[in-house]
Design a protein around this ligand. Structure first.
Ligand code: EPS
Length: 340
């Protein structure tokens, strides 16, 4: 079983993470992990905080001479922007602050937002890099792209830059939709035998667990219901690569809707829990949009879930062992799938 956990606050000294159950013999260059972190950190729409962060990290166990050993992999990632904000009794609307303060019985919103901040997704990417690399070595190609941003009907680098500039100048923020695809996924990952063993359930949890994600779709999820059964039958790609909670040999296609960042530089009205007076809650550190960074996180969360599903189906304590079994399975299943 593949497990992973993160710890750390947005302005603590470090983020830390452990991935356990990861096979031995996976060659991974720290430069590969650094490149993944950079993709997330420097995604379009980020706040000034990202100019401060360097995402300097150290792998403190589980790696020997550039390859995993089968031992738990532990990673430390330094926070450069480390001035803990002053305590605040003003929960920011649309954030974790209010429910977190009620739940954990604290009058200080900072204690909640420090952990709820999307800063933590940097560690998910660091751990996810191991899974992404494993998928790559097994011939599974995971990618992402942003397909909607604010009111843009289609997104190019140039149109996104312009839309973001417009929003920033207006003191506003934007939401969007990202898509994650995975090609080369063997058929039969996940299971139809129990709801929580469905890979669709696992992926939904992993992707809606990304900060700001409010909608999730598999393949033609929200489009297929508008078709008739006959029309849908003519479009097998609407499955998004999953049927009955199992991969069906087609490309995996997942989409997530990310809400506009709720913190606004011009402020939003909020209620102070000490005085119950209304105040303007001004956000200086918010991103203009989180959707581009979330797309990178989405790839890594997908990679972690696929790695877990591969290890569950095929087992194996080292990459060569796992690869032998996956190759054998592909030979067997692809012979059938090709004839359909
Ligand atoms: C975030 C708010 C800002 C962002 C942060 C996400 O951080 P904070 O208010 O904790 O300084 O800069 O993103 C990152 C630091 C990051 O590395 O992604 C939020 O509220 O989610």
């Amino acid at each position: 079983m593949l497990r992973y956990l993160t710890a750390g606050e947005s302005h603590g000294k470090y983020l830390s993470g452990i991935i356990e159950g990861f096979p031995a013999g996976v060659k991974i260059d720290p430069a590969y992990i650094a490149a993944q972190l950079k993709r997330r950190r420097l995604a379009p729409g980020r706040s000034a905080r990202q100019a401060v962060e360097t995402d300097e990290f150290e792998i403190i166990s589980g790696l020997h001479r550039g390859a995993t050993t089968g031992a738990p992999v532990a990673v430390l990632l330094r926070n450069a922007g480390r001035a803990l904000p002053a305590p605040s009794s003003l929960p920011r609307p649309g954030h974790a602050d209010l429910p977190g303060m009620l739940k954990y019985g604290t009058p200080d919103a900072v204690l909640i937002r420090e952990r709820a901040s999307a800063r933590e997704t940097a560690m998910r990417v660091a751990l996810g890099s191991f899974a992404l690399r494993l998928n790559e070595l097994l011939g599974i190609d995971i990618n992402s792209r942003v397909i909607a941003l604010g009111s843009l009907p289609s997104v190019t680098a140039a149109s996104a830059a312009q839309e973001l500039l417009k929003a920033r100048r207006a003191g506003d923020t934007l939401g969007g939709i990202f898509e994650v695809s995975a090609a080369g996924v063997p058929a039969g990952l996940g299971s139809c035998m129990q709801w929580d063993r469905r890979l669709s359930s696992r992926l939904a949890a992993a992707l809606t667990g990304i900060n700001g994600v409010k909608g999730f779709e598999i393949g033609g999820g929200f489009e297929a219901p508008l078709l008739t059964g006959k029309e849908a039958a003519a479009c097998p790609e609407l499955s998004g690569g999953l049927d009955g909670g199992m991969t069906n040999g087609r490309e995996l296609l997942l989409r997530c809707a990310v809400k506009p960042v709720p913190g606004l530089p011009g402020g939003v009205p909020a209620t102070d829990l000490k005085t119950f007076r209304q105040k303007l809650c001004v956000s200086k550190t918010s991103d203009t949009t989180a959707v581009f960074a979330a797309a990178v996180v989405g790839e890594h969360m997908t990679a972690l879930e696929l790695a877990g599903a591969l290890l569950k189906k095929f087992g194996g304590d080292s990459l060569p062992e796992l690869k032998l079994r996956v190759d054998e399975w592909r030979k067997k299943t692809e012979k059938i799938l090709r004839r359909l």
